[in-house]
Design a protein around this ligand. Structure first.
Ligand code: NAP
Ligand code: 2V4
Length: 253
């Protein structure tokens, strides 16, 4: 039985990788999914078409997250399309997935790059969440996609990990803020996940990425999406403020 019938969901950064898998999975559970993207319009339209071809419901929403006006752009389009599809602007599930990755050793970090990473990965999801709260009903769901790197030391990842550490604070503090309304807020933290990028086609790089997980492999995006779908469902109603390790045992020590 589909678990998200009549629900609506926004997945940021759903044109590819983990976000795409989450959008597809939520749609398979019956949700109407807003497939957000920044620049990959064609890819996002393909995700929407794929969902519809399977009998699901989805539409695309464009916005660059980072510049303050990105949130206005996102919600203008989201609200208009929700209204068109459902007659109102209710948003049951928000997945803050969009993010940028990149490495720099401590001595190489520049002021500009640090600000960009922090703006896209931490500031933008906070303000997306702030705006979404006007649309999310009681019993809604907010899921923040962090990274195992907030608990796995890798010096060249310090900036990226700082941005995700900041995002995890959104989970903690908003879980308390929204508890009375039975809105749950959780963090999902993947380890190395094959997002379709060409680096995962390189056998040597893939082997290095695979050794971190106790399963000796990188994750498929669908493995992360399955956990997100559970947290979005009624079955997960008593989980809030949690850090859900989806790193395939990368953090076992
Ligand atoms: P990805 O393949 O690089 O896709 C990133 C998505 O985010 C794309 O849809 C992209 O949209 C969107 N995006 C990027 N910058 C944006 C911006 N400034 N404004 C709006 N949208 C933007 O990423 P991924 O590997 O699937 O990762 C998804 C999330 O999981 C990220 O938060 C990442 O930190 C986290 N994560 C990834 C891994 C991993 O190993 N892959 C591990 C742990 C956590 P466009 O295509 O339109 O540009
Ligand atoms: O190594 C990761 C990792 C990675 C990568 O695989 C490279 C990629 C896909 O460009 C970006 C990336 C993002 C991540 O969040 C992680 C990650 O979380 C991770 C990795 C290795 C060991 C533990 C981890 O938590």
């Amino acid at each position: 039985m589909p678990k998200l019938t009549d629900r609506t969901a926004l997945v940021t950064g759903a044109s590819r990788g983990i976000g795409r898998a989450i959008a597809e999975r939520l749609a398979r559970e019956g949700a109407l999914v807003a497939v957000h993207y920044a620049t990959s319009a064609e890819a996002a339209e393909q995700v929407v078409a794929g969902i519809r071809a399977e009998g699901g419901r989805a539409f695309a929403v464009q916005a660059e997250l980072g510049p303050a006006e990105g949130v206005d752009t996102l919600f203008a389009s989201l609200e208009a399309q929700l209204k068109e599809h459902t007659g109102d602007t209710r948003l049951d599930i928000l997945v803050n997935n969009a993010g940028i990755m990149g490495t720099a050793l401590p001595g190489e970090i520049t002021d500009e790059w640090f600000d960009r990473m922090m703006t896209v990965n931490a500031k933008a999801p906070l303000f997306v969440t702030q705006r979404a709260l006007g649309l999310i009903p009681d019993h809604g769901r907010i899921i923040n996609i962090s990274s195992g790197l907030t608990r796995f030391a890798a010096p060249e990842q310090v900036t990226y990990a700082m941005t995700k550490g900041a995002l995890e604070q959104v989970t903690l503090h908003l879980a308390r803020h929204l508890g009375q309304r039975r809105i749950t807020v959780n963090t999902v933290a993947p380890g190395s996940t094959d997002n379709g990028s060409e680096v995962f086609q390189n056998p040597e790089i893939r082997a290095v990425m695979s050794q971190f997980s106790t399963f000796g492999d990188v994750a498929e995006p669908a493995a992360i999406a399955d956990v997100v779908a559970f947290l979005a469902s009624e079955d997960a109603r008593w989980i809030t403020g949690a850090f859900v390790d989806t790193s395939g045992g990368t953090l076992l020590g």
